[in-house]
Write a protein that binds this ligand. Sequence first.
Ligand code: GLN
Length: 313
Amino acid sequence: MEGIPQRPKHTAELLQEILQRTQALPNEGAVANYIPALAKVDPNHLGIAVAELDGKVHIAGDAQIPFSIQSISKIFGLTLAMERVGDQLWNRVRMEPSGHAFNSIVQLEWEHGIPRNPFINAGAIVVADTLVSHYSSSRAALTQFIRNLAQNPIIFVDEVVWESEREHGARNAALAYLMKSFNNIEANVVDVLDHYFYQCAISMSCVDLARSLGFLANRGVQPGTGEVICDPRSTRRINAMMSTSGMYDQSGEFAFTVGLPAKGGVGGGLVAVVPDYGVICAWSPKLNSYGNSYRGMFMIRQVAEELGLSVYS
Ligand code: GLN
């Protein structure tokens, strides 16, 4: 029996301890290099932030340094699209785990251009299509949405990463054109890809990300401002899909070992939602073979275990 986990001394102290434990381990994995601009990041960065619903933010390490949020942006795009287009979205993208890599193409042909879920690239490209089709400037709308959520008006797009994704985005372009051939992309493919690459290239820190996603831990209401970001049903649905697909083909293992809705990105960021408590964000650029941050997963697992946060307990 493991016993009932004790609330620790102070969360800030705990984060510091976990950071040191993590630094003592070998820095395994590799930084993403299929987007060359991402390969330039210092692989030794390590940071973690916990934003609680009452506004307290605890940090350790490089928690205030902006990094490329990459696939974590899929949460923001999806939230905006669910609010904007409603349940029609589910005619064009499903809510099932894919069992394949985040940028896999094979399944999409068999399944007639309908992606398995909004957190793999194909699904996020469909979501990007709905945003491009419903906003006069989808990029400006998304940026404004994120700045407002994070309460940080200087959140920016890294133009070098954006350009690098465009230049090396052949696989994403293949996904988009394949879906266009099945009539599952409405807008111009180049515009849709440009939006998708843009949102992946947004830079945010662990603190920005943890604060911005508080609504997912609070039934759709943003802590601090009290603004309704989405309804409780959408909040549950986003968390459910993060639990089943947010860590791609490692989502089962993450549920098994950590037990929190989570989303990783190839910039090495990892966010985990703790309903009724807050949001954890960790960052370490080196990735495992699934495209998830090695040390980010280790740190979030430690926090979840020590604070007894699994939603399944
Ligand atoms: N921009 C990346 C891509 O499209 C995002 C993937 C990720 O973070 N998993 O490949």
